[in-house]
Write a protein that binds this ligand. Structure first.
Ligand code: NAP
Length: 430
C-alpha cells in the first residue's frame, strides 16, 4: 500500500513517526504549505509536492491521507481528486465530513473507494469502528459524548483547581490544547460537527450540521461549577444525538452530570462516548481525544484496516439508503434543570421568581442561596439564587426566563442548563 499524506502538522507529523516504526505501509508522497520548515518527523526520501491536487493525482499512490483541516478549500479538493482517481481516502477532518460528507460518500461509492475517518471524532477512542461494526446490529437510542478536549480541560480546571474561565482558557492555550482563537471549541461548534457525524452513522441519515442546537461553555462560571458541586454534580459540555420516535434530536450544551457518573470522571483533554443501543445496552468508551500520537493511532488504524481489505460505506449505510429524518424540537426535550438567577438582595424577589416558575408549571426540587459570607467578601449587592427543577420541557423554562427577565428581577442574564438523566423522552410526550 503506497500512501500520500497531505498535511505535516501535529497529526501528520505524528502519523509519519508512527508509520516509520511499522513496515506495513509505505509513505511515498507528502505535501504541506511550507516546504522548508522544521518538522516533528523526517520526510527524507519521500516525494514532496507543493500542491495537494497534483499529489492526489499521482499514479504511484493508492491511498490519500488528508490532515490539513478546514471545512472546504484544499481539504475538499484533496478528497474529490483522490476519489475521482479511484484512490481510498483517510481523514481526521470532522469539519470537512460534517459539511460535505454526503457528497464524499456518494463519490466514494461511485468509484468503489473506502473512506476512513476514525480520527475525526474523539481521536484514539474507537467509536466510529465500534459503530460501523460491533454495534451495527443495534437500533441506536442515544449517543452522549464529551468530544471536545479543550472544553473538558477548561471545565476540569474550574472544578479541580478553582480557576476562573479566563485563567483556565489561557492555561489550555499555553499547553497547546486550545487555538489562539478558541471559539470553535468553546462555542460548541467542534462538538456539533462531531455529533452530526456520529448521528449520521447511528441513524443512517446524511450529516445534519445545521440542525444541531449549540450552546458552548463561555457562560460557565466558577460559581456555577462550585454550586453544582455542592449538590453532587459536575458540569460537562455534552454532545447528544437521540432518536425520539421517528425523529432525531441533535444538541450540544453544558450539562450537569452526577459526580459519581462515568462522565464526571472524564477530566482534562480526555474524551468519552456513551452509546446506548436497544440490544447492546450502554457501552462507554473513553480515552485520548486529541494530540499527535493518539490521533495518529486512529489514522494509522484506518490505513491498515483498508490495506486488509475492509470496505464499509462512509456512514455505515450505502449512500442510496441514507434518509434525512425529521428533527425533534429542542424545546420539547424534557429534563431536570439547574437554574441560576443573580438577583437584587431584597425582600420579595425570591417569591416573585418562584411564582413565575409555578405559573409556567415548573416544579422545583431544591433551592439554594449563595451564602452571605462569600457574598460579603466579594462586596456584591446581588445574590445568587440556585434552583433545581423536576423534569420540565425546554419550552416551559424558556417561557419562565422570558417572564423573569421582563419583570426586571435579574442582575445580568439567567443561566439554565439541563441535568443529564436516563429517562426516555417518549413517555413524557404521552
Ligand atoms: N491536533 C489534534 O489533536 C487533532 C485531533 C483530531 C483531529 N484533528 C484533525 O486533524 C487535522 C489536522 O490537524 P492538525 O492539528 O495536525 O493541524 P496543523 O498542526 O495545523 O497542521 C496542518 C497541516 O496542514 C498543512 N496545510 C495547511 N494548508 C495547506 C495547503 N493549502 N496545502 C498543503 N498543506 C497545507 C500545514 O502545512 P505547514 O506545516 O507547512 O504549515 C500543516 O502541515 C484537522 O482536520 C484536525 O481537525 C486534529
Amino acid at each position: 500500500m503506497r500512501i500520500a499524506v497531505a498535511g505535516l502538522g501535529t497529526v501528520g507529523g505524528g502519523l509519519l513517526n508512527l508509520l516509520q516504526q511499522r513496515d506495513s505501509v509505505q509513505v511515498v508522497a507528502v505535501c504541506a504549505r511550507t516546504r522548508h520548515k522544521k518538522r516533528t518527523c523526517s520526510i527524507e526520501g519521500i516525494a514532496w509536492y507543493d500542491d495537494v491536487v497534483t499529489m492526489a493525482r499521482d499514479a504511484e499512490v493508492d491511498l490519500v491521507v488528508e490532515l490539513m483541516g478546514g471545512e472546504g478549500g484544499v481539504a475538499l479538493d484533496c478528497a474529490r481528486t483522490a476519489l475521482q482517481q479511484g484512490k481510498n481516502f483517510v481523514t481526521a477532518n470532522k469539519a470537512l465530513l460534517a459539511r460535505h460528507g454526503a457528497e464524499i460518500s456518494r463519490l466514494a461509492e461511485a468509484k468503489g473507494c473506502v473512506i476512513g475517518w476514525e480520527a475525526a471524532v474523539a481521536a484514539a477512542v474507537p467509536v466510529v469502528a465500534a459503530m460501523r461494526q460491533s454495534l451495527l446490529a443495534n437500533n441506536t437510542q442515544r449517543i452522549t459524548g464529551i468530544v471536545n478536549g479543550t472544553c473538558n480541560y477548561i471545565l476540569s480546571r474550574l472544578e479541580t483547581q478553582n480557576e476562573d474561565f479566563a485563567t483556565a482558557l489561557r492555561g489550555a492555550q499555553e499547553k497547546g490544547y486550545a487555538e489562539a482563537d478558541p471559539r470553535a471549541d468553546t462555542q460548541g461548534f467542534d462538538s456539533a460537527q462531531k455529533i452530526a457525524l456520529l448521528a449520521a452513522l447511528a441513524f443512517a441519515t446524511p450529516p445534519a450540521l445545521d440542525e444541531v442546537s449549540v450552546e458552548g461553555i463561555e457562560q460557565v462560571s466558577l460559581d456555577d461549577v462550585n454550586f453544582a458541586k455542592r449538590r453532587g454534580f459536575a458540569i460537562r459540555l455534552l454532545a447528544i444525538a437521540e432518536r425520539i420516535e421517528d425523529k432525531i434530536s441533535l444538541r450540544v450544551h453544558p450539562t450537569l452530570v452526577r459526580l459519581d457518573s462515568d462522565f464526571a470522571a472524564v477530566c482534562g483533554v480526555r474524551n468519552a462516548i456513551l452509546y446506548q443501543g436497544d440490544f447492546s445496552g450502554q457501552v462507554f468508551l473513553a480515552g485520548q481525544g486529541a494530540g499527535a500520537a493518539a490521533t495518529a493511532s486512529a489514522v494509522a488504524g484506518d490505513i491498515l484496516d483498508i490495506a486488509r481489505g475492509r470496505s464499509t460505506p462512509l456512514f455505515g449505510t450505502p449512500d442510496a439508503k441514507l434518509n434525512p429524518l425529521p428533527f425533534f424540537p429542542l424545546q420539547d426535550i424534557v429534563s431536570p434543570w439547574y437554574l441560576h438567577f443573580r438577583v437584587q438582595d431584597k425582600v420579595g424577589v425570591v417569591a416573585a421568581i418562584a411564582t413565575v416558575l409555578s405559573e409556567c408549571n415548573i416544579s422545583i426540587s431544591a433551592i439554594l442561596q449563595d451564602d452571605t459570607r462569600a457574598r460579603q467578601q466579594r462586596a456584591m449587592s446581588c445574590v445568587s439564587l440556585l434552583m433545581w427543577t423536576h423534569r420540565t420541557p425546554g419550552s416551559a423554562v424558556a417561557r419562565a426566563l422570558h417572564a423573569i427577565e421582563k419583570a426586571k428581577l435579574l442582575q445580568g442574564r439567567a443561566v439554565a442548563w439541563r441535568i443529564l438523566d436516563d429517562e426516555p423522552q417518549v413517555e413524557q410526550q404521552a
